[in-house]
Design a protein around this ligand. Structure first.
Ligand code: URA
Length: 433
């Protein structure tokens, strides 16, 4: 087999066979095929697409490139969730204890943030002492005993996806539906869950910008999951503005605590309850979505959900006092207010720009090696639909940097203020089963 022939084949819109996909993924992972040939192939896939069989074959080639997690030592239906990535997305922090309260085991592996999006593992590490490196035995034991545990993704989980994702990032081929679908699903399949709820983000801050593309991505991923015997549901949720009011690691833990105490903003609360409800239905705790949603809401109101989060923090070595006193989370020294230049209504908050601004403040990494500042972040004061007067504070930047001019400019440019009131934002657009 010659790589150049396979590039030509895809360039001409033909279908790649399973053995050809295996050859490509194996060859690239072990260093036999160079970056420039995979780059050309990725661009051909970007323009010509892949059929369902090719996407499933690519997914399995990624899965087979590394370790597969065996969760058979955990009793019950193991349910996982995955978000395609957004800004202010602290849903995993909320659903993990919430679903565990319904007695459904969640054995969660999460990643770190890169670029403008955050990562659940970084957020939890904002809690002093929180340990995301449990042994396999401890991980399984915690899920059996407490119904929940979370660890960082093992270095050897889908290494082919890791290598190809890094190349996609620098070759303009991230936003391809077959490539996103196989990348996301390979990690979920390799992580060993029996059932998966996908949070497909759509809007300015997401990889897919239109509902049409989001449906296609959701359909593709649900198809892969079900064809590999994983019960899969995709929920299409809004990312046309950041989710909730807090962006940044400690900030997002603080907001997750508020949601679990029943004091969260309506968007983050509704999205979290919706994802958690589908997880518990797939796990067999409730018969239908409506019952699950109502019961989970009651679990929050009763105080069980926040107690469960406190238990998670405690068993993984973190300081549980942050739950009662979130001011114990890292705090930035400097606070800069971004003010409205004119009066009107907030019509849009470009989520990606807010994410970039937070990264510039120290909350995220430009490169994998960068250290993050857990206390850095942005608190939104105004959201889409809010009325503002010139001079009102739109958001507050929290940082330890003395000079954050660039972050200020980017955050200011994220807001669009117009005279007219915008249409109301829908939080959940669709559910694909
Ligand atoms: N998240 C992933 O894991 N992979 C992608 O390609 C996009 C989002």
């Amino acid at each position: 087999m010659r790589m150049v022939d396979l590039i030509q084949k895809k360039k001409n819109g033909q279908v790649l066979l399973q053995q050809e996909i295996d050859y490509i993924v194996r060859g690239y992972t072990n260093g036999d095929i160079p970056d420039y040939q995979i780059s050309a192939l990725l661009m051909a896939i970007y323009f010509k697409g892949m059929n369902k069989k090719e996407i499933a074959d690519l997914t399995m080639a990624y899965v087979n490139s590394g370790d597969k997690v065996d969760l058979s030592g955990i009793a019950g239906i193991k349910v996982d969730k995955h978000s395609t990535g957004g800004v202010g997305d602290k849903v995993s922090l909320i659903v993990l204890p919430l679903v565990a309260c319904a007695n459904i085991p969640v054995a969660k592996m999460s990643g770190r943030g890169l670029g403008h999006t955050g990562g659940t593992i970084d957020k939890l590490e904002a809690i002093s002492g929180f340990n995301i490196e449990l042994s396999r035995e401890q991980f399984i034991a915690n899920v059996n005993q407490y119904k929940m545990a979370i660890v960082g993704q093992s270095a050897n989980l889908t290494p082919a996806d890791k290598k190809i994702y890094a190349l996609r990032d620098v070759t303009g081929t991230v936003d391809s539906i077959p490539l996103i679908a196989s990348s996301v699903m390979s990690k979920k399949i390799a992580s060993g869950a029996d059932a998966i709820v996908l949070d497909v983000k759509v809007g300015s801050g997401a990889f897919v910008k239109t509902i049409y593309e989001a449906r296609e991505l959701a359909d593709t991923m649900v198809g892969i999951g079900n064809s590999l015997n994983r019960r899969t549901i995709a929920v299409i949720t809004d990312m046309s503005q950041p989710l909730g009011y807090e962006i940044g690691n400690a900030n997002e833990v603080k907001e997750a605590i508020a949601v679990l105490k029943g004091n969260g903003a309506s968007d983050i609360t509704h999205v979290s309850l919706t994802i958690a409800a589908y997880m518990t239905v797939l796990g067999g705790a409730f018969l239908d979505f409506e019952t699950a949603y109502k019961e989970l809401k009651a679990i929050i109101e009763s105080g069980q959900a926040i107690d469960k989060f406190k238990q998670l923090v405690e068993i993984q070595g973190g300081n549980p006092q942050v739950i009662d006193n979130p001011t114990l989370l890292p705090q930035a020294h400097n606070h800069y207010r971004i003010k409205a230049g004119k009066s009107g209504f907030v019509n849009a908050i470009a989520a990606e720009k807010i994410g970039i601004s937070a990264m510039l403040l120290g909350a995220g990494r430009k490169t994998k090696e960068d250290k993050i500042d857990y206390s850095a972040g942005i608190t939104l004061i105004k959201k889409v639909g809010d009325k503002v007067k010139a001079g009102d504070t739109l958001c507050v930047l929290n940082t330890n940097l003395a000079d954050c001019r660039e972050a200020e400019i980017v955050a200011h440019s994220a807001y669009t203020i117009r005279d007219v009131e915008p249409e109301q934002i829908i939080y959940i657009y669709d559910v694909i089963r």
